[in-house]
Ligand binder design. Structure first.
Ligand code: FES
Ligand code: FES
Length: 187
């Protein structure tokens, strides 16, 4: 029995790369990628944004969460072409995006709280958790405990048991609500 297909025949969507023009963490970028390539892989490989992690690869764990046009999405399920013309924020774009000046690095209050309160262990879920928390607090600066739990519900953690993650987000909420003391002028 003969196969009539050309030996090199590929599905049309995978034969040619396209230019994906987007803004990533505030910078305009053009990424040459196959249209159906996973945005997760494109971000990790082309601009080298390896902070975004792969857990399940099936849209179940949230480890690969990024923001696309302000919405939290699992980048393992998003084709590269969907990012064309879009604004992306990855974990690398979170530091320095709030007004809380912790130290020279100026971590976001959520990042600082994860550090201080043990919200991260192996770290695989951490970028997605932090982006989910930041996304929640930007949409709803005064979430209830239930809203915090709901905001993190799409992100799975195999290490922490979630209590420290929840406590970290609550601590970040308190820190954001506390005015930064003004430094005394030097004499
Ligand atoms: S790696 Fe994308 S949801 Fe798990
Ligand atoms: S810290 Fe390991 S999966 Fe969450």
């Amino acid at each position: 029995m003969s196969d009539s297909r050309e030996p090199d025949a590929q599905p049309p969507y995978s034969t040619r790369k396209i230019s994906v023009q987007c803004e990533i963490n505030g910078r305009a970028m053009t990424l040459e990628a196959y249209p159906m390539a996973r945005l997760l892989d494109v971000l990790r490989e082309l601009p080298g944004l390896t902070g975004t992690k792969e857990g399940c690869g099936e849209g179940e764990c949230g480890a690969c969460a990024i923001e696309l046009d302000g919405a939290l999405v699992n980048s393992c399920l998003v084709p590269a072409l969907q990012a064309d013309g879009g604004k992306i924020r990855t974990i690398e774009g979170v530091a320095g995006s709030d007004l809380l000046q912790n130290d020279a690095v100026r971590l976001h209050a959520v990042q600082q709280a994860f550090l201080t309160h043990g919200g991260a262990q192996c770290g695989i879920c951490t970028p997605g958790m932090i982006l989910a928390a930041v996304n929640l607090l930007e949409r709803n600066p005064q979430p209830s405990d239930a809203q915090i739990r709901e905001g993190l519900a799409g992100n799975l953690c195999r290490c922490t048991g979630y209590t420290k993650i929840f406590e970290s987000v609550v601590a970040a909420l308190r820190a954001s609500a506390t005015p930064t003391p003004h430094a005394e002028p030097r004499r």
